[in-house]
Ligand binder design. Structure first.
Ligand code: HEM
Length: 152
């Protein structure tokens, strides 16, 4: 187990072989550089997305840094994100932004593109896509009634 990063219930290993070698996903993908590149590709998509772009700050460099740090930590890397930001509490941190099904689907689609272009081993690609699918759904904080209740 690599230090404090185990305390957020993350899935560090994705197969029995990994379990035996004690190697984390973070190690298998090559460490920080993988997550920095993944997040760069993800934000290249967000930057061109008319639904998502307005939610983010003009300068995306901090967004890149925090997301890459969070993901590296989540997948078994050093707990740099939490050292700097405290417990992730991601739903709470997203509360200021309206995230409905549409925003979630756009976010997830950019992440799917970013993950698929990494050319990962099959088990890792599946584990990451499954995680992002679930995590993105978990971030929804807006009801479909937003549209149904809009005054004429
Ligand atoms: C479902 C759609 C989502 C939308 C629309 C969304 C949008 C945003 C926005 C607008 C911010 C604030 C700007 C920034 O700091 O970058 C943010 C922050 C962040 N998001 Fe998301 N997000 C979504 C899902 C996710 C998911 C699934 C994860 C993790 C797997 C995630 C991880 C983060 C992190 C780590 C931060 C920085 C939090 C901090 O301040 O420490 N987001 N997100």
């Amino acid at each position: 187990m690599s230090g404090a990063s185990g305390s957020f219930g993350s899935v560090h290993r994705v197969s029995d072989e990994q379990q035996e070698s004690n190697e984390t996903v973070y190690d298998r993908v090559g460490g920080d550089a993988f997550f920095v590149a993944l997040v760069d590709r993800f934000y290249a998509g967000v930057a061109e997305d008319p639904v998502l772009r307005p939610l983010y700050p003009d300068d995306l460099s901090e967004s890149r840094r925090t997301l890459a740090g969070f993901l590296a930590q989540y997948w078994g890397g050093p707990p740099d994100y939490s050292d700097e930001r405290g417990h992730p509490r991601l739903r709470m941190r997203h509360a200021p932004f309206t995230i409905g099904q549409v925003e979630r689907d756009h976010w997830f689609a950019h992440m799917v593109d970013a993950v698929r272009s990494a050319d990962l081993p099959e088990d890792l690609e599946a584990a990451m896509l499954e995680y992002f699918d679930r995590a993105a759904t978990h971030m929804i904080n807006d009801s479909p009634l937003r549209f149904a209740t809009r005054p004429e």
